[in-house]
Design a protein around this ligand. Structure first.
Ligand code: NPW
Ligand code: K
Length: 512
């Protein structure tokens, strides 16, 4: 699903109005009815007090139109107009008139107004600011936002939590609505998925307001949200007359004394993702434990007992996953440099492989085109430098990806795969996956997909989704605290089965 910028949403709006021959207030009416239906299907006419806080733009207009529908269905409502500007939108004014025609008189909140009491049992509809927010809210509007936040009432935000801009971090992190639920029109907003800006809502859902599919199809976007519908077409079906050679030979290189487990997890994950043959290359000390723990893999050893000192492969595999548990000792750095200079196989680089690249950026030129880099935040910072905020981080990652012709998997609650100017935002995964070895498993999975013929970009996107889904399945029996990296591997098979079940036909609903 495409993630549009505010500018593109306004264009989609205009395009739809023209193509469908409708008025802008009709589009607003669709939005309001969508929200009303959502509320009504849950409340079923229950006697709850609903307080609507509406700005003076189109987000406020949505709220005012919603108030009319709620009143017509006998809900108990109070409408507050947050009078933060003299410049009211046309459709806000139109809906305000419609409200007054029905003898509903809003309470106008201005700078000096007393703030209304909000009971914890009330429902607050937050329609103060939408995607049009382009500067810090006035001090008194911030006070209102704070007043709503401390009320303990259930807060339903229209389109986006008020105070949260669409494409940057908030001016003041305290003065943003903390929404229990966001009903967002047509397309998700990038801010829902970033660590600094995703904290303002618990759950979000897309409401389809019928923006024209022709515009959405034709529009190129900087970011895409990756769900089942996006990964399913990437899936490579197995054929009847295939054999293990059909699915590639991968090598996993890494490990050190006390860190052989990282290679074990990556190799096992690689195999469990469908790779035909997996060889591990580890220091001598890892030989017995690896052969015992994963009998299906072949083990090659370094001459050094405890460190990677010389990476000597007598063949060129289909892909190599390298770096986990490897350390950054001088001897290993030299071995890695020598390896990179002569290697021609596609690479997936993790952990200490990335740390060595950060220490010696001159090695980046030896990476094969479209190498996949899988840094956690600290490793990413070592590679691309410090960032001022999440948006700066994404821009820096894009520049790094473009300059070095590589794919970066920024690991996080919503991992984002960066390929040059484009980002793919993952939707699977959960906090239970913040556990030792989870990253080694991901590296093994992406390596295993490339071995099977997935392009490195598709392997990164599909692999991150599959990894998160295996973790989501894992927590259903293990809970968040007890899920281990090996538990993610155990559920890779179930994750494949889940992906192959009939395609999603319900709107995306996601806890963040
Ligand atoms: N296609 C869709 O998805 C549809 C979208 N719809 C809805 O429209 C919403 C967008 O509406 P919107 O453009 O009128 O902007 P909104 O957020 O209501 O702000 C109003 C104005 O406030 C101003 N302003 C900005 N910052 C400010 C500040 N700090 N303090 C004071 N003023 C400030 C700024 O005007 P300015 O003063 O900069 O000229 C801005 O224009 C969208 O979120 C959705 O709910 C639906 O109706 C149907 C179809
Ligand atoms: K809002």
């Amino acid at each position: 699903m495409k993630i549009l910028t505010a500018k593109q949403i306004y264009e989609a709006d205009k395009f739809t109005i023209k193509k469908q021959g409708i008025r802008s207030d009709e589009l607003m009416e669709r939005a309001a009815i969508g929200i009303f239906d959502w509320i009504h299907s849950r409340l079923q006419g229950a006697n709850v007090n609903i307080q609507l806080f509406c700005g003076i733009g189109n987000n406020g207009g949505d709220g005012i139109a919603l108030a009319r529908h709620l009143k017509e269905n006998d809900y108990s409502i109070q409408v507050h107009v947050v009078n933060y500007s003299e410049k009211r939108s046309k459709d806000f004014l139109l809906n305000l008139e419609r409200l007054k025609d029905r003898k509903i008189w809003p309470n106008f909140i201005k700078e000096k107004s007393a703030l209304p009491n909000i009971s914890p049992d009330d429902i607050v509809v937050d329609a103060i600011f939408g995607i049009g927010l382009n500067r810090a809210p006035h001090f008194w509007v911030s006070k209102l936002i704070e007043h709503i936040n401390v009320s303990s009432a259930f807060v339903l935000s229209v389109d986006i939590p008020s105070g949260l801009p669409c494409h940057r971090i908030p001016w003041d992190t305290e003065n943003v609505i903390r929404a229990n639920y966001v009903l967002s029109f047509q397309v998700p907003k990038l801010v829902f998925f970033l660590p600094e800006t995703g904290i303002y809502q618990n759950q979000w859902e897309i409401l389809d307001i019928g923006l024209d599919p022709e515009y959405l199809d034709a529009t190129a976007t900087d970011y895409e949200l990756i769900g089942k519908n996006e990964v399913l077409p990437m899936y490579k079906q197995r054929t009847k007359f295939s054999h293990k050679g059909t699915y590639g030979h991968a090598v996993i290189i890494g490990g050190g004394y006390g860190k052989i487990g990282a290679v074990q997890l990556a190799s096992n994950a690689c195999l469990s993702t469908g790779c035909g043959l997996v060889s591990a290359f580890v220091p001598e000390c890892g030989y017995h434990s690896l052969q015992t723990a994963v009998p299906e893999i072949m083990v090659l050893t370094d001459d050094d007992d405890e460190n990677i000192s010389a990476i000597d492969l007598s063949f060129t595999p289909n892909v190599i996953g390298v770096g986990m548990g490897m350390g950054t000792k001088e001897i290993t750095q030299k071995a890695f440099e020598f390896f990179l200079r002569k290697n021609t196989a596609p690479l997936v680089i993790d952990a200490d492989g990335l740390n060595i690249l950060a220490k010696q950026p001159s090695l980046l030129k030896y990476l094969p085109k479209n190498s996949v880099l899988t840094p956690h935040p600290k490793e990413l910072e070592r590679l691309i430098g410090e960032w001022s905020d999440d948006f700066d981080k994404l821009e820096k990652a894009k520049i790094f990806s473009t300059e070095n012709d590589c794919i970066i998997v920024i690991k996080g609650a919503h991992s984002i795969i960066i390929h040059k100017d484009k980002g793919f935002v993952n939707t699977t995964g959960n906090p239970g996956m913040a556990t030792a070895g989870s990253g080694d498993v991901l590296t093994g999975m992406i390596t295993g997909l490339i071995a099977q013929g997935y392009t490195p970009l598709n392997a990164a996107i599909f692999g991150v989704y599959l990894h998160g889904l295996a973790g989501d399945i894992g927590v259903t029996s293990k809970g968040y605290e007890s899920l281990k990296a090996s538990g993610i591997i155990e559920n890779i098979g179930k994750a494949y089965i889940e992906i192959l079940k009939s395609p999603e036909d319900v709107p995306i609903r996601k806890e963040t």
